[in-house]
Design a protein around this ligand. Structure first.
Ligand code: AMP
Length: 432
């Protein structure tokens, strides 16, 4: 399973409801609630197959849109509905109707659990957890450190609870995989009392992806996760790196919030913290304005106006200097983290690229690994150029360290963790 496989989580109550014991209950609905969106997937955990997936966007506006794709039995036709969807409750009801139209209604006894992506679990939640009132209150208490995400996640959970109060709702935390980080990696070197009073420390994010990809990388190498050290590079619109030693995270690039670390689509990643008060004192910017600058108007978009790596590569091919600068800054930071995590791990068996950029952008992989031959790292141009949805090795056979492309699957991971918690199957069998 993950580094935190125990079904006996602090608040886990496996088999609490009749639905969880129902032998035919093998389906898990995975919900990822944003402030104005709701993404969902329905999976069957007998084989991890997807039965349906979709997205509701622009919730609360006149122009809400629901896109639903049934996938069972070879898949069906994608359906799109436009029109005002007032809130998350109405959104989930609309999703439930779409699923029911495919014979996959949420009232089905086959549904074992609803698994929720929750961005911030603080230090308290190191494993998937069945939600009760106390868990809800704790997620609420973490809102100050995740003001954009936790409120939306809470809305999703409450909405699902209202729809199926009898069903286990499982919270799967983005931070959980990183709770194994040693204090040396998790602490900022600031006054301890101040830090503790305000819960300031490095939590890390994208943990579900880092957990999944590090394990799948071990599988690709034909070895047990406990045996291998992996540097995972999750490069999407948000981006983070992690150092995983024997299946446990020992360092990661995001910190108190998902702003720290790598250069991202719109986020700066690492900057001297003095940039913030310099701008407040000298440019007359408010804290909120600096927040928007660093989170929304920085990174690739700040450097060159585009955050899509495809567009940046196209502009570079046309000789655009700002796009080239953005690419170079992005790669330089990435290379620094590879070097840093190599040193943290001491021995590295694989570097795994994942998410939108990592899985698709061969030039990013090539440039990030270029010049690292002394570290046993190299990319084979032919292998790197192959486009595929499968996990694969793109380093040459002689390379001491494997360079891998491993597509992430956060929904499957959330479903697996949720199912392992509520079923009597146990994580080992679910994961077999
Ligand atoms: P994600 O957040 O994982 O969905 O990743 C989204 C990002 O992946 C986009 O903003 C693009 O920069 C990048 N991306 C997606 N497809 C490609 C591709 N074929 N080549 C390069 N970058 C891509």
């Amino acid at each position: 399973m993950t580094a935190h496989p125990s079904p006996a989580a602090p608040h886990g109550e496996p088999g609490r409801t009749p639905a969880a014991r129902e032998p035919r209950a093998t389906r898990v609905l995975v919900l990822n609630s944003g402030s104005s969106s709701l993404k969902y997937q329905l999976l069957d955990m007998q084989d991890g197959s997807r039965l349906a997936l979709g997205l509701v966007e622009r919730i609360g506006e006149e122009t809400s849109r629901l896109v639903h794709t049934p996938l069972q039995g070879g898949g069906g036709v994608r359906r799109e509905t436009e029109g005002a969807i007032a809130d998350h409750q109405a959104a989930l009801k609309a999703v439930a109707e779409e699923l029911a139209a495919d014979g996959l209604g949420l009232d089905s006894p086959e549904l074992a659990a609803i698994g929720h992506r929750v961005v911030h679990g603080g230090l308290r939640f190191s494993a998937p957890t069945v939600v009760d009132d106390e868990v809800l209150a704790e997620i609420e208490r973490l809102v100050p450190v995740a003001p954009l995400h936790n409120p939306a996640n809470l809305t999703g959970i409450r909405t699902a609870m209202a729809l199926r109060p009898d069903l286990p709702q499982v919270a799967v935390f983005d931070t959980a995989f990183h709770t194994t980080m040693p204090e040396a990696a998790a602490r900022y070197a600031i006054d301890v009392e101040t830090a503790d009073a305000h819960r300031i420390r490095r939590y890390g994010f994208h943990g579900t992806s880092h957990a999944y990809v590090s394990r799948e990388t071990a599988r690709l190498l034909g070895r047990a996760p406990e045996e291998v050290n992996v540097i995972v590079l999750h490069l999407g619109n948000g981006a983070s790196a992690s150092a995983v030693a024997g299946g446990r995270c020992v360092d990661t690039s995001m910190g108190l919030t998902p702003l720290e670390g790598l250069v991202m689509g719109t986020r700066s990643g690492d900057v001297d913290p003095a940039v913030t008060f310099h701008l407040m004192r000298n440019a007359g910017m408010s804290a909120d304005e600096v927040d928007v600058l660093l989170n929304k108007r920085s990174g690739l978009v700040g450097l060159c106006g585009d955050n899509d790596m495809r567009e940046i590569r196209r502009r570079i091919d046309e000789g655009d200097a700002r796009a080239a600068l953005a690419f170079d800054v992005y790669i330089h930071r990435l290379k620094k983290y590879i070097g840093a995590y190599y040193a943290v791990l001491g021995r590295v068996d694989a570097v795994a690229f994942t998410a939108g950029v990592g899985e698709n952008a061969a030039p990013v992989r090539e440039a990030a690994i270029a010049g690292l031959e002394e570290l046993g790292l190299a990319v084979d141009a032919g292998r790197n150029a192959v486009r595929s949805d499968e996990a694969r090795i793109v380093s040459p056979d002689y390379a001491r360290v494997a360079v891998a492309v491993v597509p992430t699957d956060e929904e499957l991971e959330i479903a697996r963790q949720s199912y392992a918690l509520v079923s009597e199957t146990g994580p080992e069998r679910v994961n077999a």
